[in-house]
Design a binder for this molecule. Structure first.
Ligand code: ZN
Ligand code: ZN
Ligand code: ZN
Length: 363
C-alpha cells in the first residue's frame, strides 16, 4: 500500500517538476509511510527524492516508535548534537541540487526557514500540490473506514433526538456528545459544537454556559477520529414547537442540501456542487445568510481537499469524500445547518451519513 502511494506521489512529482518531497508533521507523512511525526521542536522529516531511496530522518529517541518498512524508506536517526536540517539538506541534494522542493504544508516555520537557508537555490512549494489530489481520492478500504466512523456519529445524532435539551447548558450537551462519540469507538472526539438560540447563527460557536430555552434551534456539529479517519456530522434540533421562521428556513435548507448531494456526480465541478446548494438558498431570499462554503474533503484530516467552494473548478472523481453542509444563519435570532459526508462513486453520490436529517423536535 505505502509503496504504491509513494509511486503515485512520484508520478505527480514528475508531472509537477518537483525534485524532492519533504514531509514532517501532518497527515501526508502517515499517508505515505504509516508513521506520524510528533509535533515537537526536534525535526522528523521524510526526504523523498523523485528518484532514489526515501529516508525518514527522525530523532534517535523516537526511532524505536517507527515501524520499519524497508521497501518504502530507510531510517536515519539523528542524535542530540547533530543538525537535522543539515542532514535533510544533504539527503535532498544527493542527486544534485534540487531546483524545486515540495514541503509539507504543516511543517514548522523554524524548519522551513532553516532549509531555505541551507538550500538557497531551491524553490519551495506546498506539498499539498503533490499530495492533496492523491489523498482526496479514497480507495475502497479508506471509504469503508470513513463509513464505519460515520455510522458511529449517525448513532449519536439519532440518540440525541430522544434526549432533553431545555434547561441544559450548551457545554453540558457538548460533553454528552463527546462521551457518546468515544463510547461509540472513536479514539478521539475532535469537536462538538453546540450553538443554541442566537448562538446557532454562529457556525463555529464555542459551546458555553448559555442555557437552552424552549423555542431555540440548536445546531450540533460533531466528529472525531476512528482508525485514523475522521467523522463529521451536523444535525439541527428545536426545543418544542418550531417557530414559523425556523420552519420556513429549514424547509429551504433541507432542499438545498439534497440538491447539492444529488449534484455531486463524477465530472461535476466542486464549485457547481456549491452553487447547487447556494442557488436554492438564494432563490428563497436567504442568500446573504449562507456565509460559508458548502463543504470540505475529509479523510485523515477533518478538512482536506477537495473544497466545495466557488472558484474550485476541480471535477469530482471516484473516491472523492467530502461534506455537504449548507447552513442558514439569521444573526441574533437562530440558525440551522445540515451536514453529511458524501462519496462520489460511479453509481452516483453516496451519503455515508444516514441519520434522519429532518428538524428534530426535542424536549
Ligand atoms: Zn465547520
Ligand atoms: Zn461539521
Ligand atoms: Zn464539516
Amino acid at each position: 500500500m505505502f509503496t504504491d502511494r509513494i509511486a503515485r506521489a512520484r508520478s505527480r512529482m514528475e508531472a509537477g517538476n518537483v525534485d524532492v518531497l519533504l514531509l514532517s508533521v501532518g497527515a501526508d507523512l502517515p499517508y505515505l509511510t504509516g508513521y506520524t511525526a510528533m509535533p515537537l521542536e526536534r525535526l522528523t522529516m521524510l526526504v523523498l527524492p523523485r528518484e532514489g531511496d526515501a529516508t525518514l530522518v527522525v530523532p534517535a529517541l523516537e526511532a524505536p516508535r517507527v515501524e520499519e518498512r524497508p521497501e518504502a524508506f530507510t531510517i536515519r536517526p539523528w542524535g542530540e548534537t547533530e543538525d537535522p536540517v543539515a542532514i535533510v539538506a544533504d539527503l535532498a541534494g544527493l542527486a544534485g541540487r534540487p531546483a524545486r522542493a515540495a514541503i509539507g504544508d504543516r511543517t514548522w516555520a523554524m524548519f522551513v526557514l532553516g532549509l531555505q537557508e541551507a538550500l538557497p537555490q531551491t524553490a519551495f512549494l506546498p506539498a499539498s500540490q503533490v499530495t492533496g489530489p492523491l489523498r482526496a481520492q479514497k480507495d475502497a478500504a479508506e471509504i469503508e473506514t470513513l463509513r464505519t466512523a460515520a455510522r458511529v456519529v449517525d448513532e449519536v445524532a439519532l440518540s440525541m433526538r430522544e434526549r432533553p435539551f431545555a434547561g441544559r447548558t450548551e457545554a453540558d450537551i457538548s460533553r454528552e456528545l463527546v462521551e457518546r462519540i468515544l463510547a461509540g469507538g472513536h479514539e478521539r472526539a475532535n469537536f462538538a459544537i453546540v450553538g443554541s438560540g442566537p448562538n446557532a447563527a454562529s457556525p463555529h460557536h464555542e459551546p458555553g454556559e448559555r442555557v437552552v430555552q424552549v423555542g431555540d434551534s440548536v445546531v450540533c456539529d460533531f466528529g472525531g477520529t476512528m482508525a485514523g479517519y475522521c467523522s463529521d456530522i451536523t444535525r439541527t434540533f428545536v426545543v418544542g414547537e418550531p417557530p414559523g421562521e425556523l420552519v420556513d428556513l429549514y424547509e429551504v435548507l433541507f432542499r438545498a442540501q439534497e440538491e447539492a448531494v444529488q449534484a455531486a456526480r463524477i465530472g461535476v465541478s466542486c464549485e457547481a456542487v456549491d452553487a447547487a446548494a447556494r442557488n436554492v438558498i438564494a432563490a428563497a431570499g436567504y442568500g446573504d445568510y449562507f456565509i460559508h462554503r458548502t463543504g470540505h474533503g475529509i479523510g485523515l484530516e477533518e478538512h482536506e481537499d477537495p473544497y466545495l467552494v466557488s472558484g474550485n473548478a476541480t471535477p469530482l472523481a471516484p473516491g472523492h469524500a467530502f461534506s455537504v453542509e449548507p447552513g442558514i444563519y439569521l444573526p441574533g435570532r437562530c440558525g440551522a445547518r445540515i451536514e453529511d459526508i458524501v462519496v462520489a462513486t460511479e453509481a452516483g453520490p453516496e451519503r455515508l451519513n444516514v441519520a434522519p436529517r429532518e428538524l428534530a423536535i426535542v424536549g
